[in-house]
Design a protein around this ligand. Structure first.
Ligand code: CA
Length: 338
């Protein structure tokens, strides 16, 4: 009796530490809470902070290079409007696909900003100041080489987490960005589901093409993540059998975090949706986005950022999460493990 109980406790302890060990931290656009998003500096910092995976958003240039940029336009995070004032489209935006890599390399990257009466105002007031130091936009290959180089020099195995940005837009522009990204992954040795890469997109139609055509044509397999924004995009995914249907194409989901714990939750009434349970039942991993500790970014139902992480990692049982503050999530999981 006593022995059985001890074994049971040991088994539970083992299961718990395994479950903990599997929880991952994904650096959202790098350590973007501290350095301008998607710069190699922000990626190095995320790496040093102990992130398990580092995210790349990927768009294409005019001459078919893959660059790491969140928007399909260069306006929000570079000085393109000053360097190339004549190159906006009719909507006033500067599209990366209209610029060669050589031109993109002339731009200075910065913290994201908006224009207010012609003045640049940064999106997050307390983050890295606008106009300080010098940053640039890099290619997907340069970023992979940075991470793989650090993996060699530090003897760690940090993964990459590329997102195909707006594949339909790229197709309208006559480009197949997914095939280009898959070719790069293959060239850099990511070729099986054991390799440390997750390939993500919001477009289910594109995910289907990647799964059924592009990966087979390249002769490789990688883990695929379906991102979920609003339920209106794909209502079927939120039906009771939605996750099992999705599991034919994806290895996991990346939902906006209010799809996991409802925004209207309170401390006494935490409303955890059925999404994680359904995804797990279908064998899908769950990596929600985006967890931020900037002023005003922690939902009311959490006491502080650590409590937000506790509720999502352990009460809602997500497998990993995207955060702009990878150090805080890494420290939280380390403390939780003790
Ligand atoms: Ca992204």
């Amino acid at each position: 009796m006593h022995r059985v109980k001890t074994l049971g406790i040991l088994l539970m302890a083992t299961l718990t530490s395994q479950a903990l060990a599997q929880k991952i931290v994904i650096a959202h656009r790098g350590a973007s809470g501290y350095l301008p998003e998607h710069t190699l500096e922000a990626k190095s910092m995320a790496y040093a902070m102990g992130a398990d995976y580092i995210e790349q958003d990927v768009v294409m240039t005019k001459d078919d290079h893959l660059i790491v940029l969140h928007d399909i336009t260069l306006d929000r995070t570079t000085d393109v409007a000053e360097k190339f004032p004549q190159r906006a489209r009719d909507d006033g935006r500067y599209y990366a696909i209209d610029f060669t890599l050589e031109e993109v390399r002339q731009l200075s990257a910065s913290e994201g900003f908006r224009l207010d009466n012609g003045q640049k105002v940064q999106g997050y007031a307390e983050r890295f100041p606008l106009g300080h130091s010098a940053f640039s936009v890099s290619t997907l290959e340069e970023e992979i080489e940075l991470i793989q180089g650090l993996n060699e020099s530090t003897d760690r195995d940090v993964g990459i987490y590329p997102e195909i940005k707006q594949p339909e837009f790229h197709r309208q522009e006559g480009r197949d960005i997914s095939t280009a990204v898959v070719d790069v992954l293959k060239r850099y040795g990511y070729s099986s589901k054991q390799d440390k890469v997750y390939l993500q997109t919001f477009s289910f139609e594109e995910l289907e093409i990647i799964k059924t055509e592009i990966l087979p044509a390249a002769g490789i397999e990688v883990n695929l993540i379906q991102l979920l924004g609003s339920p209106e995009s794909y209502p079927w995914m939120f039906e009771s059998d939605g996750m099992s249907k999705l599991a034919a194409f994806a290895d996991g989901i990346g939902p906006a975090h209010p799809l996991v714990i409802e925004r209207g939750s309170s401390r006494s009434n935490l409303r955890i949706t059925p999404l994680v349970e359904r995804a797990h039942a279908a064998g899908l991993q769950v990596h929600p986005y985006t967890y931020r500790s900037d002023p005003g970014q922690v939902p009311q139902y959490a006491e502080d950022f650590d409590d937000l992480l506790e509720k999502h990692y352990f009460q809602a049982d997500v497998d990993g999460l995207f955060t702009d503050f990878p150090d805080q999530a890494v420290n939280f999981l380390r403390t939780r493990r003790r």
